[in-house]
Design a protein around this ligand. Structure first.
Ligand code: UDP
Ligand code: MG
Length: 318
């Protein structure tokens, strides 16, 4: 049985080493062959250099017949964590793949449990659920809560507190690889794939080095990708809004006509101006929403690769 552990890194030069040694320490305690796939997501710092260095120093108990290998993949620029996960999963050569963050906020101590659940045949996907978001600010927590609430309503998957810390069985991995979309949302898509799933709770420790690599803009874009690739509900809401408008205008039309015939029509433009402003706003928001879907279709239709690999380490094994 062979495990692949996929870890994305973006500007994590101070973090790579401690993450690798923590993960290897845990994996060395298991009786499995393993490979670490370190994906450098176009870092601007020395992350790639450190990856090259650590790929030579992986240690394994000499008495053990099991092997650990380490492999690095580097992107030509920053394509984002989702793309990095895709690249790792694409090349993983294993019976089960584990995806985790590179900043130890997904504690490796849970790997033995994940593997044991998978080996017992209880589940094909073992996924970590954050039991607290204590490191996030009040606003971040509120945003996440609201987003997942909306996502749950629109897409029908409850991803509240879900994380990317997951183990996927080989057959799930094979299905994942068949997904053709350009912009992926790992959390959502792995739920969409189905299979037998089991969750476990983990506490997210604070980041010890560096800071979060997710800017508000990146997060916002991910949430748009997530929402638009899982639900057309926003578009249907436009139709609903149109219907409400229609009903409203029927009532208003009748009232206006009656007033005109009875000679009590309101003079002045107040109502007209308010109505124009209101409809103008509603129409523009609706067009914008349609625009978001059109641009997503455009991105998919262009069929560009999800990422470009510009460098790879040789397989180093012991
Ligand atoms: N990451 C990445 N590309 C990016 C942003 C982040 O590969 O564009 C990696 C990052 O190096 C880390 C993981 O994704 O290993 C999670 O990122 P981070 O810790 O910044 O996110 P947070 O924990 O704040 O959600
Ligand atoms: Mg983190």
């Amino acid at each position: 049985m062979r495990l692949s552990v996929v870890i994305p890194f973006y500007n994590e030069q101070d973090q790579v080493r401690s993450t690798i040694s923590a993960v290897c320490a845990v994996l060395n305690g298991l009786s499995h062959d393993y490979e670490l796939i370190l994906v450098d997501d176009g870092s601007a710092d020395e992350t790639w250099k450190v990856i090259l260095e650590v790929s030579g120093i992986i240690r394994r108990d000499d008495a053990s017949e099991h092997k650990g290998t380490i492999r690095g993949i580097g992107f030509s620029r920053n394509f984002g964590k989702e793309a990095a996960i895709c690249a790792g999963l694409h090349t993983a050569d294993c019976d089960a793949a584990i995806v985790m963050d590179g900043d130890l906020q997904h504690p490796p101590e849970h790997i033995p449990y994940m593997v044991s659940v998978w080996e017992s045949g209880e589940a094909d996907v073992v996924e970590g659920v954050k039991s607290s978001r204590s490191n996030d600010s009040m606003i971040q927590r509120m945003n996440a809560f609201l987003f997942y609430k909306l996502f749950g309503k629109a897409a029908g998957y409850d991803l509240q507190n879900a994380s990317d810390y997951k183990l996927l069985d080989r057959k799930v991995l094979d299905e994942w690889r068949r997904l053709g979309e350009h912009d992926t949302f790992f959390r959502g898509l792995s739920a969409w794939l189905g299979f037998r799933r089991k969750t476990f709770n983990f506490i997210v420790p604070p980041r010890n080095k560096g800071k979060s690599k997710w800017s508000s803009e990146k997060l916002f874009r991910l949430s748009i990708t997530a929402m638009t690739s899982f639900s057309s509900l926003p578009l249907q809401l436009i139709t609903l809004l149109g219907l409400v408008f229609l009903a409203f205008s029927a009532v208003l039309a009748v009232q206006t006509l009656i007033r005109w015939f009875t000679g009590t029509a309101a003079d002045g433009f107040t109502t007209v101006i308010l109505l124009i402003l209101f409809t103008g706003g509603a129409v523009m928001i609706s067009l914008g929403l349609i625009g978001i879907y059109v641009s997503r279709i455009f991105a998919e239709v262009k069929g560009r690769p999800r990422y470009i690999v510009s460098k790879q380490t040789e397989n180093v094994s012991e």
